[in-house]
Design a protein around this ligand. Sequence first.
Ligand code: ZN
Length: 204
Amino acid sequence: MEGEVIAISFDDAYECVYRHAYPILDRYGIPATVFVIADYIGKKNLWDVPLSVKRERHLNKEQIHELVSRGWEIGSHTLTHRCLTILGNGELKEELEISKKRLEDLFGVEVKALSVPFGRLNQRVADAALGVGYKIICGFFPFRLYYGRAYIGEIPRLAVYSIDSVHEVLSKVGNNKSRLFREVLKQNIINFCANGTILVKSLG
Ligand SMILES: [Zn+2]
């Protein structure tokens, strides 16, 4: 997208961001945003589907401090990575407010951006997020790249997956409309499958 700005963000704050992405981005002087699950700093991933064999460790405090010192932005990916749209108002506020405050206290930066777990967002969640001081809300909803944003502060994102080829990644940021649309469609199918994670968690 010629003349447009591209922002890079990472959800879940896995250690692999520090190991693989950070050295390359830092070499080219490109900062990114990392969305941290405040209760899981330095811990192993226990919040994903219980059947998952992958137990990746999350970034620890020192690693996040280093990213901040190199110009990275810290955003909140809530406290415990629960699906916000199914929480009651009290728990919803806790997830949004406590995570923001904890990250700000730990890293001495203002946390302006929220990324909603599983990309699930509705008007109630958006209002609650803006109410506790977030200015930016990141979801998936890539079709809104075409139709405009639905909520104040919302930024639609296109995901990059480990299954993506270099060609597909370039399609996400390129000028070819039909190649971009294919990527948007792919993301919506993957998002639909990710709803299974929410279902398994709500049953367990
Ligand atoms: Zn996540």
